[in-house]
Design a protein around this ligand. Structure first.
Ligand code: BDP
Length: 656
């Protein structure tokens, strides 16, 4: 095994009653006559041959086996399905084509993970309609914040050369319910909209369509501008536009026409193109504010070009400006909240889970719950930019749950959790979705660290259902990636579950943001960051964001504002993000902050040590190649964590 198969690692199931019953069902299959029949047939053949050593016979109509057919239950929508079983037959029903694709992968998962098949009564409808992966791939092929090799798309070879890997990629995404991919970096090279690149994009779209995946692009807002006159627009690209205009002002009719024409061109090549993801007026990228226009002007202009074709605009809210706000955590809310209700109906605001910037731990972005008339899609970062790259084993699902999805915003009183809000349960929303910044590259096993596959998997399952239990997502991943052995399951679970917490203790204690070097976001950067990003002295540590400090707390609804504002009530996880705390402060453990901080710094090393021992204990259960590769990753993590620990200790000792 190399890890290439990901969680679709179909291996013969051990002999058992379950296997026998799966064989009975799996021997005869009737397909529904859907757009995805070909893909479904191939997947079932592949899975059942490997899992059950059965070559299924495909029949027209069957009284035994697996039967797929359309049903009239409109409520299932475009992607939902029902799986039911009786003694002789499993029926998979859907109202629309894609339901069969997702239902098939679900059924395979049940067989692969050893669930009993006799009494199935499953109804699945995705909670979110847009389940998206963002690829920060540049046109040169490198992936911004990617740690698994170059980007998947071999731009130079496209559209002529189609790699089999593109299909394998689409299959992997479909298997976890992803239905949208943004192909290029949000720090967008304008050339992505050139006709030559659009043809490459169209070639990928042709493959992804077979798996019910739509493609989107990240355009550069300054694209309409002539290459030569754009020097000041958009620092990141030196203002290299691809158009013929002198301006990208969204209210200029010529600019609007440029985008209309461009969008028409895109749809002539890709009729089901999804839309645009835009990073504007953020970290030097061009945007409407360069022309004294607002985010609304910019987003709506693009939305109007896409509207006739059914496309959408995902406008990012990741903005900060140290020149205006001393506390950069305040900017996004200040800039976007007042615009609620002004965006066109096909505009979504794509918003990072936390307020700062994908730190190991941070409180949820207060915009969630505060914008009732604008759809907000969370942007989670699957790639471990600040969480140990593809070196550290850090399982992100517990973080996504605890710091984000389960966070109760109190926007409609108790129970207004982020997961309820994003699923449209707290107040209605025109569009529901979730985006994840991918951790995938050309590395043989896709994510470099075998365990980083789990974060990709968990994201997909969460995007389908933000309330799916951590327990079932985790055990499904382990069983379908490694094996169904009880000891394997238990040991791997024990390895994964505490990793986020221990990583935070060792790298960003109590949500102290930015502890790594600016250059790499990986090695210890305390000297660089101290008393710039956060305060530290011999007396105290942390940033005062209370009403007496930067007053960031006031962006939260009252309940949370009061809790975060109070030193005694603030969850300790967020203590140093909200408060400047004396080293002598008594923690819940009874220890002083100084003592607890110090002993917590060691938790990173302790966790790796434990994980090495655990991993070795299942040596005979794991295939040799992956066993060795994981062990090697753990040793590298151990070395790097020790170096980080030493740097932290050296730095903080000056203040203790
Ligand atoms: C930061 C990354 C940077 C991204 C930016 C973003 O360091 O590479 O371009 O976020 O999300 O975390 O736009």
């Amino acid at each position: 095994d190399t890890g290439y198969e990901l969680w679709m690692n179909y291996k013969p199931l051990p002999e058992s009653g379950l296997k026998q019953s799966a064989i009975r069902y799996g021997s005869h299959i009737s397909l529904p006559g859907s757009r995805y029949d070909e893909v479904i047939r191939k997947e079932l053949e592949r899975a059942l041959k490997a899992l059950l050593t059965v070559t299924p016979i495909f029949v027209q109509d069957n009284a035994v086996g697996i039967q797929m057919s359309f049903c009239k239950d409109k409520g299932l929508g475009e992607e939902g399905y029902i799986i039911r079983s009786g003694k002789k037959r499993i029926t998979l029903q859907a109202y629309s084509d894609a339901g069969f694709l997702y239902g098939t992968f679900h059924l395979i998962r049940l067989i692969q993970c050893g669930y009993p098949l006799e009494q199935l009564n499953i109804k699945e409808i995705p909670a979110l309609e847009f389940r998206m992966i963002n690829h920060w791939v540049g046109l040169g092929g490198t992936v911004e914040r990617g740690y698994a090799g170059k980007g998947l798309w071999a731009w130079d070879d496209l559209p002529k050369k189609i790699e089999p890997r593109y299909t394998d990629y689409a299959r992997a995404e479909a298997s976890i319910g992803i239905n949208a991919v943004i192909l290029n970096n949000v720090n967008a090279d304008p050339r992505i909209l050139g006709h030559d690149y659009l043809e490459k994009v169209a070639a990928l779209a042709d493959i992804f369509r077979k798996y019910h995946i739509k493609v989107y692009l990240a355009p550069n807002f300054a694209a309409p501008v002539k290459p030569s006159t754009t020097k000041d627009v958009g620092k990141q690209w030196g203002g290299v536009g691809i158009g013929h205009l002198d301006t990208a002002d969204p209210l200029n009719p010529e600019v609007q026409k440029w985008w209309m024409d461009k969008v028409n061109e895109i749809y002539s090549l890709i009729p089901d193109f999804g839309g645009f993801l835009v990073k504007a007026n953020s970290e030097g990228m061009a945007g409407p504010q360069d022309y004294h226009r607002s985010h609304v002007d910019g987003a709506n202009m693009l939305a109007r070009a896409l509207k006739p074709h059914g496309g959408i605009v995902l406008w990012r809210t990741f903005v900060y400006n140290p020149e205006i706000d001393k506390d950069r955590m305040k900017r996004s809310y200040k800039e976007f909240q007042p615009l609620d209700g002004q965006f066109d109906e096909n505009v979504v605001l794509q918003t990072k889970n936390g307020t700062l910037d994908f730190q190991p731990s941070e409180p949820a972005q207060p915009l969630f719950g505060a914008m009732r008339h604008t759809p907000l899609f969370p942007e989670l970062q699957i790639t471990q930019e600040y969480l140990g790259r593809s070196v550290s084993l850090v399982y992100l699902l517990p973080m996504w749950r605890k710091t984000f999805l389960d966070f109760d915003t109190y926007c409609n009183g108790k129970g207004s959790t982020v997961s309820n809000i994003i699923a449209g349960k707290t107040f209605p929303s025109r569009m529901l979705g979730m985006a994840g910044v991918g951790n995938i590259g050309r590395s043989r096993n896709w994510t470099a660290h075998h365990f980083a596959q789990a974060n990709w998997y968990a994201f997909g399952r969460l995007a389908w259902n933000p309330e799916e239990s951590t327990e079932s997502i985790t055990s499904d991943w382990i069983k379908s990636t490694w094996n169904c052995d009880e000891a394997t399951l238990e040991v791997i679970r024990q390895m994964m579950m505490p990793t986020w917490e221990s990583f935070v203790c060792a790298h960003a204690p109590y949500s102290l943001g930015f502890t790594v070097k600016r250059e790499d976001h990986y090695t210890a950067g305390f000297e660089q960051r101290a008393n710039k990003e956060w305060h530290v002295s011999k007396e105290s540590i942390g940033t005062d964001r209370t009403t007496k400090g930067t007053n960031y707390v006031s962006q939260y609804f009252k309940y949370n504002k009061d809790i975060f504002n109070s030193l005694s009530q603030c969850p300790e996880l967020y203590l140093l993000c909200f408060h400047n705390v004396p080293w002598s402060h008594k923690m819940k453990s009874g220890k002083s902050l100084r003592e607890e901080f110090k002993s917590n710094l060691k938790r990173g090393i302790e966790q790796v040590d434990v994980n090495i021992g655990l991993w070795k204990s299942i040596r005979n259960k794991i295939d040799p190649v992956r066993y060795e590769e994981v062990l090697e990753s753990l040793y590298k993590e151990q070395r790097d964590t020790k170096v980080f620990y030493q740097a932290a200790l050296n730095f903080f000792s000056q203040y203790w």
